[in-house]
Design a protein around this ligand. Structure first.
Ligand code: LLP
Length: 463
């Protein structure tokens, strides 16, 4: 049920009917490589290690909760996307999934581009040396100050999201004596989440300009008339955590139809098409994501097939994966605080973080897995609900999981696949101090985003 749930409003701690629970895994100590970062393993004492460092050492040095990020894995995934798409296509990492200056430097070194969607994401990217021309600037309500900052910096493209924005960007560009490269984001009437996609009536959303009713065609007409803009392509993003490529197929079909209409009406062939992000990752062993080279091949075939039918030159393709690059590369390390067996119901295991460091379970009913990380155990599996320390019953980290029955306060547990949309959506609820991000590589660990301190919080509270 929960995996196909549409990301909607908050859920509370609803009790699932008996029989829903998955069977316990054959080996509770096993670490499924599908969901764990690549260098994660157990050492001879059974302690989970990453990049050659034991989590017990990481907890001692950096405290818990902490996001532990496998730098080698991040770089390998970034490189795999870059290689899969080659030199005639572009990969823009979606910074909203997780952005820090170290990440920007890794992306730069690995030859990726960057998608940002706020002035402050842009500032982060620029401050870490990402060349402006490799940055795409997104957002459905960019302020004039943000637009000015982006155009002034010389970003490679601004993705236009509304009729107002066409005029605003053109105005700013003209004032600055620039011609800004832009794409128009269209809503293609496709919505895809996880294993399903729906190809009707999903224009009811705040993003983009609908293809329906000729609105996107009108946006193109206006953009082409304005001197400050150089319209280079059409952009479409259809959803999140997608495994099924058929949503992209319908989207590409509709975008290419628009490209053909543009050629027929204006006599120009736009050179670029961006198919957005949204490619899924494995949060649990049940998920089977595709490899970047399979995705690249599928998208190329879809776009070139559609263009052949429409008798168009195949445009340069770009994609914007966020989750698929950073998601699997990190896990959250927690310490177990209390264990509360509720007779006939379930056992609640409380950890020292919760919805302030991972809102995704409460917000989207997202599924995660968890493992005892500071040791191995031969004890029987125990069905648990892993919860946080916040004042809210919906404060759930892992809804249903198995941990060994001898679990005890002070044990370290780790939740894999928390690299995307956990730190970036973290909050200070209950004045929680947001955890650090610790990057581990080749036996070295370093903080790339430090833990918040009480002073950080009090500095904002000016009395
Ligand atoms: N491009 C555009 C225009 C987007 O809106 C997004 C995500 C992406 C790329 C990257 O999508 P990805 O490859 O990371 O799935 N907070 C939610 C996800 C919201 C994504 C919004 N846009 C979550 O935690 O699942």
């Amino acid at each position: 049920m929960s995996r196909s749930a549409h990301p909607a409003g908050p859920r509370h701690a609803d009790v699932l009917p008996e029989g829903h629970y998955p069977p316990p895994p054959a080996d509770l100590n096993a670490l499924d490589p599908k969901v764990w970062a690549r260098t994660v393993t157990r050492d001879k004492d059974g302690v989970v290690t990453v990049g050659g460092i034991a989590v017990t050492e990481l907890a001692e040095r950096f405290g818990t909760p902490a996001y532990i990020l496998d730098e080698a894995d991040f770089r390998a995934r970034a490189r795999a996307w870059r290689t899969a798409f080659g030199n005639d296509a572009d990969v823009f990492y979606a910074g909203k999934a997780f952005l820090s200056r170290a990440v920007v430097r890794w992306l730069h070194e690995e030859g990726l581009n960057l998608d940002v969607c706020s002035g402050t994401e842009l500032a982060t990217a620029l401050s870490a040396g990402m060349p402006a021309e490799r940055i795409a600037f997104h957002g459905n309500n960019k302020s004039m100050a943000e637009i000015r900052r982006a155009v002034e910096a010389g970003v490679g493209r601004v993705v236009l999201d509304s009729f107002q924005e066409i005029v605003r960007v053109a105005h700013v560009a003209q004032e600055l004596g620039r011609r800004q490269r832009v794409q128009i984001r269209v809503t293609v009437g496709v919505e895809a989440h996880t294993h399903e996609f729906i190809a009707t009536a999903h224009e009811d959303q705040k993003f983009g300009i609908p293809l329906a009713g000729g609105q996107a065609a009108e946006a193109v007409r206006r953009a082409l008339q304005l001197d400050g803009l150089e319209l280079v392509g059409i952009h479409s993003h259809i959803g999140s955590q997608i495994f099924d490529m058929s949503g992209f197929e319908v989207a590409a079909h509709r975008v290419v139809r628009l490209l053909r209409e543009i050629r027929d009406e204006h006599g120009i062939e736009l050179p670029e098409i961006d198919l957005g992000g949204g490619l899924g990752i494995a949060y649990t062993s049940d998920d089977d994501p595709r490899e970047p080279h399979e995705i690249a091949k599928a998208l190329r075939e879809i776009v070139s097939g559609e263009c052949e039918v429409a008798r168009l030159r195949t445009p340069r393709i770009s994609v914007e994966p966020g989750r698929a690059i950073v998601g699997p590369t990190a896990f959250t390390l927690y310490e177990v605080g209390t264990i509360k067996p509720l007779e006939g119901l379930r056992t609640y295991v409380s950890v020292d973080g919760g919805m302030s460091d991972n809102i995704r379970t409460a917000l989207y009913d997202a599924e995660y897995s968890i493992a005892l990380a500071s040791r191995v155990s031969d004890a029987e599996p125990m069905l648990v609900r892993v919860v946080g320390k916040h004042c809210e019953s919906g404060d759930i980290v892992v809804r249903d999981a198995f941990l060994p029955a001898d679990l005890a306060p002070g044990d370290l547990v780790a939740v894999p696949a928390t690299g995307a949309y956990c730190r970036s959506m973290a909050s200070n609820y209950n004045h929680a101090l947001r955890p650090p991000v610790v990057a581990v590589a080749d036996g070295e660990a370093r903080v790339i985003v430090r833990r918040e301190t009480e002073e950080d919080l009090l500095r904002l509270d000016v009395g």
